[in-house]
Every structure is written in structure tokens, then in C-alpha cells.
Design a protein around this ligand. Structure first.
Ligand SMILES: [Zn+2]
Length: 75
């Protein structure tokens, strides 16, 4: 009982406080096909199903650096 609580508190703390940061480190999926300018949170998104190349996993930050915007199917 006591051990459980000792473990659980730091985990909760990291989860709550690290939330803003982990959002920036989020993985998104992009297609590198011609004319592809979007990023996707969902690997199985409709927008990615038409992708002609491999689907790449990058951080959200990186996707934005590449000038990507969020896919129209997701928001
Ligand atoms: Zn999408």
C-alpha cells in the first residue's frame, strides 16, 4: 500500500506537469508525396491513405518547421 503511493505520486506529477511539453514532442505522421503539405495525428487518417510514399513519423515541431499544417480531416 505504502509503496504503491510512493510510486504513484511522482508518476502523476510528471504526467500533469509534463503535459504541455509532451505535446510539443508529439509524434505526427507526414507523407512526402508531391503536394503533401499536411501532418496527421492519426497514422490511419483518410488524408494519409492516399499517400504515394512511405509515411514518415516526425515530431509536431519538425512538421511545423517544414511548413506543414494540420490535416483537414483532423482538428
Ligand atoms: Zn489526417
Amino acid at each position: 500500500m505504502r509503496t504503491t503511493r510512493i510510486i504513484l505520486i511522482p508518476v502523476l506529477f510528471v504526467f500533469l506537469c509534463g503535459f504541455g511539453e509532451t505535446l510539443d514532442a508529439d509524434k505526427v505522421y507526414i507523407c512526402k508525396g508531391k503536394g503533401s503539405k499536411k501532418y496527421h495525428y492519426n497514422k490511419h487518417c483518410r488524408g494519409l491513405s492516399r499517400c504515394s510514399t512511405k509515411i514518415y513519423e516526425v515530431t509536431l515541431e519538425k512538421a511545423k518547421e517544414m511548413g506543414r499544417t494540420l490535416c483537414g480531416w483532423e482538428d
